[in-house]
Design a binder for this molecule. Structure first.
Ligand code: NI
Ligand code: MN
Length: 229
């Protein structure tokens, strides 16, 4: 069995016997998060992009666990200069890891981080991730707008669970995410990246009802909730 934990915003943890990974570990400063960075036990940190509501506590979690950080080349290079263990890949690339494999796919978004000195550093492209974890396939869309190649992703992979942003403003909103869900054809759609801040307030029940009307299964996860798959 695979345990899926939603830590709020876009942060997802996947666990199974002997394996644990966290995606976009934004906990400190995430009003929805119930876990503290020091409580997180993982073997890998996977990043969709460098924005702080995704990068979050990567530094602490990676160091505490001696966990490599998988990220696009520019971000991985930067993290290496900060003394973190990294796994750098780029669009279309797959890395095989003890729990399965991770492929980096496009997302339409930007990627930057702000240093302590207030300087904005651009960190390559934002990405989505296709994660084969145990015998299941997960798609974490990262931050993105709706884009046509989601159809391709849906055709190429038999996705069990897709994590799609619905918050609008910085990513696609519910209207576009309903279309994305249709194209991706995942067995279960989990809405993320909403209600963390007032700017991202959305009605997830309404979104879920629309996805279900299309004959798909939508699972609304409460921050801190774990479900088995
Ligand atoms: Ni972002
Ligand atoms: Mn974001």
């Amino acid at each position: 069995m695979i345990r899926i934990t939603f830590h709020g915003h876009s942060c997802i943890q996947l666990e199974t016997e002997g394996h644990s990974v966290i995606i976009d570990p934004f906990l400190n400063g995430n009003p929805a998060a119930t876990a503290k960075p020091d409580e997180i036990k993982v073997h890998y940190v996977l990043l969709t992009h460098a924005h702080n509501d995704h990068f979050g506590d990567t530094d602490t979690i990676s160091r505490n666990n001696e966990a490599p950080v998988l990220a696009i080349v520019e971000l991985a290079d930067y993290l290496q200069t900060q003394g973190l263990k990294t796994l750098d890949i780029n669009m279309g690339g797959t890395v095989h890891l003890p729990f399965g494999k991770v492929k980096m796919v496009p997302a339409f978004h930007s990627s930057s981080l702000v240093t302590k000195e207030g300087q904005t550093l651009h960190m390559g492209s934002a990405a989505g991730l296709i994660i084969h974890f145990g015998d299941k396939v997960f798609y974490h869309a990262g931050d993105t707008c709706l884009f046509g190649d989601m159809k391709l992703i849906g055709d190429m992979y038999d996705i069990d669970v897709a994590f799609l942003p619905i918050g609008d403003h910085y990513t696609m909103g519910p209207d576009d995410a309903v279309i994305a869900a249709e194209w991706i054809q995942a067995k279960t759609i989990v809405p993320v990246h909403y209600n963390t801040f007032p700017l991202l307030n959305q009605n997830a029940e309404e979104f879920a009802a629309r996805v279900e009307e299309n004959g798909q299964h939508c699972l609304i996860m409460t921050p801190g909730e774990t479900v088995g798959l």
